[in-house]
Design a binder for this molecule. Structure first.
Ligand SMILES: [Zn+2]
Length: 212
């Protein structure tokens, strides 16, 4: 094992003497008053996709939910361990955020795993395959699209399509749907290209992704 943790401990000490000291007033205010971010974002766990860095945001600005492949499951009463659904409920009902963003990205390992998975593979105790099945519809969609010739084409299309599925799944939660219909919450689909740094957004009118 390398000593890679040392780098992060050194970084923590720089944070205490640098960023924390420079922003002490704002950070203390957040500690006193609590958080009141106006935006929540569902992003991938991928280490290259940091929503705060991409949007140049500060502590307190953004409620961040990260999971494998930035998926939103559909509403489900059954089952117990709904981490993403719990975080969404806190953001929407507790913090009353005004904007909810699902941010996908290029070269997503979760989406790659979904496309490479054989149909015959049982979900069983395979946590990634089971989780990624949320985006099965996106997989079927790209597998039947004859205009997608290479694996990379299908990967890209599946990454985009899974964002649309998550946006649809958000509307299966009654407390999200009601707020959207009342105009108190707006849903957004973003796609971050880690190669170019560009962010696209899902345009509902054209049903396609356009530069943000
Ligand atoms: Zn990813």
């Amino acid at each position: 094992m390398s000593n890679s943790i040392e780098r992060f401990i050194a970084g923590y000490h720089r944070f205490r003497s640098g960023y924390y000291e420079e922003n002490r007033e704002r950070l203390n205010e957040l500690a006193r008053e609590g958080q009141s971010p106006r935006i929540a974002i569902v992003a991938c766990c991928d280490s290259r996709v940091d929503p705060a860095v991409i949007t140049d945001s500060n502590p307190g600005d953004m409620f961040v939910i990260r999971n494998v492949a930035n998926l939103v499951p559909p509403y489900e009463a059954a089952g117990s361990w709904h981490g993403t659904s719990a975080a969404l409920q806190f953001a929407v009902c507790g913090l009353e955020v005004e904007h909810l963003v699902v941010m996908g990205h290029a070269q997503c390992g979760g989406i790659r795993a979904l496309l490479e998975k054989e149909e015959s593979e049982e979900h069983g105790d395979h946590f990634i395959a089971s989780w990624m099945s949320i985006a099965d519809e996106a997989k079927q969609h790209v597998l039947h699209d004859d205009s997608l010739h290479s694996f990379d084409d299908r990967l890209h299309a599946c990454e985009l399509s899974s964002i649309e599925i998550s946006l649809k799944n958000l509307m299966t939660f009654s407390w999200i749907r009601e707020k959207v219909e009342q105009g108190r919450l707006e849903l957004h689909g973003w796609y971050y290209d880690i190669r170019t740094g560009e962010v696209l957004h899902f345009d509902r009118d054209s049903q396609s992704f356009k530069p943000l």
